[in-house]
Design a protein around this ligand. Structure first.
Ligand code: GCU
Length: 355
């Protein structure tokens, strides 16, 4: 794992590498084998799992997955490790999920939006209003009775296993102009969204014109004026350096987002039983480490925004919330979806009662 001193200082745009797009033809598996001493890699292990990520090397996902690789190597006496490929270097999430499915890449962090595009069964967990906060989200992810079948539902056909998730925290809108006090201030502004029907609808409800685009393209599109803004959490806003060009951050709180960590099931099952157990225990520990890093980095990012002169706007609580709730409800169209959504809400109610 790189020390903080090795990482690029904030304020410099990370260099994006797309050298491995079209990875299947390049034989990524072979490329990931052997020992390597680069950032995010476990050194001197027999089998290295390739892990695709669209975040920078100072993002909590990169740090937690690098930690996962180190712990895995230790727990399996060097039989298995992991190498994290940052900055979309293996491709954007939409392509990468296919690469994990066909076994060219072993693992990836994939936003819930892209998983919904594979299977609508995941939709209720990606709706505005599904999660009250990170604690609620983590409790749902630990609840086998809610997510057990869902997380293995892609195994038979897609060979994809959902190992668990990392929070995206609360997402907010940011723009090249401001202040944004209500939907009327977003009217006519082109706001980037993930490639997802829910986000298209949600952004329209917030008052803006949604523009779907891969994460790694957003900085350049903002810079070129193709976009007036985007929406994300504080950590992505800072690590992607979007604040340099869109310095108005409006606390719309429209959704607590979720990233799934997915793996190719054949690759996992190629491990012996003991190593598979070590794999899942180590992943559990990395998930906990992620939450710790997330809380720390959200605070640090907010401070970074303040120091960089970002204008943080706090609109009236009623300006956006009812619009967002309505979008959430409009996507619950089947009894199965409603049942899953309600099971998720029940976890929050129980947690509320226990507090
Ligand atoms: C967050 C999330 C990513 C996602 C991104 C996006 O940063 O963690 O997985 O790709 O938002 O808006 O595309």
């Amino acid at each position: 794992m790189p020390s903080r001193a090795d990482r690029p200082p904030r304020g410099l745009r990370p260099i994006r590498r797309n050298l491995l797009l079209g990875a299947p033809a390049l034989g990524l598996g072979a490329l990931a084998l052997g020992s390597c001493a680069q950032a995010g890699a476990t050194t001197d292990v027999e089998n290295i799992l390739s892990v695709s990520l669209n975040q920078t090397e100072d993002h909590p996902s990169f740090l937690a997955l690098s930690y996962f690789g180190e712990q895995l190597a230790e727990a399996t006496d060097g039989r298995w490790g992991a190498r994290v490929y940052a900055n979309e270097s293996l491709g954007a999430q939409q392509e990468v999920v296919q690469l994990v499915s066909d076994g060219s890449v072993d693992m990836a962090v994939i936003s819930s939006t892209q998983v919904e595009n594979l299977s609508m069964r995941f939709l209720p967990l990606g709706l505005p209003g599904a999660f009250a906060d990170i604690e609620h989200q983590m409790a749902v992810l630990q609840d086998e009775s809610i997510v057990g079948d869902l997380f293995s539902s892609l195994e038979p056909e897609q060979r994809l296993r959902v190992l668990g998730g990392f929070t995206q925290g609360s997402r907010h809108v940011y723009t090249d102009r401001g202040p944004i006090e209500g939907p009327e201030d977003l009217s006519g502004l082109r706001v980037r969204v993930q490639e997802s029907d829910v986000f298209m609808e949600l952004t329209r409800a917030l008052g803006a014109s949604p523009t779907p685009m891969a994460y790694g393209e957003v900085y350049t599109a903002l810079q070129a004026g193709v976009l007036n803004g985007a929406e994300n959490n504080e950590v992505s806003y800072v690590t992607q350096r979007h604040y340099e060009i869109a310095p108005h951050f409006t606390l719309t709180n429209h959704l607590v987002g979720l990233d799934y960590v997915m793996a190719n099931v054949d690759r996992i099952e190629s491990m012996d039983e003991g190593d598979q157990l070590a794999f899942s225990e180590t992943f559990g520990a990395a998930q906990e480490e992620f939450v710790r890093l997330w809380v720390e980095e959200t605070e640090a990012s907010t401070q970074h925004m303040i120091d960089a002169g970002v204008e943080i706007h706090e609109p009236d609580a009623e300006a956006f919330a009812p619009l967002v709730e309505e979008v959430g409800r409009s996507f619950l169209t089947s009894p199965e979806d409603e049942a899953l959504y309600e099971a998720v809400q029940a976890v929050a109610e129980n947690m509320g009662n226990e507090r």
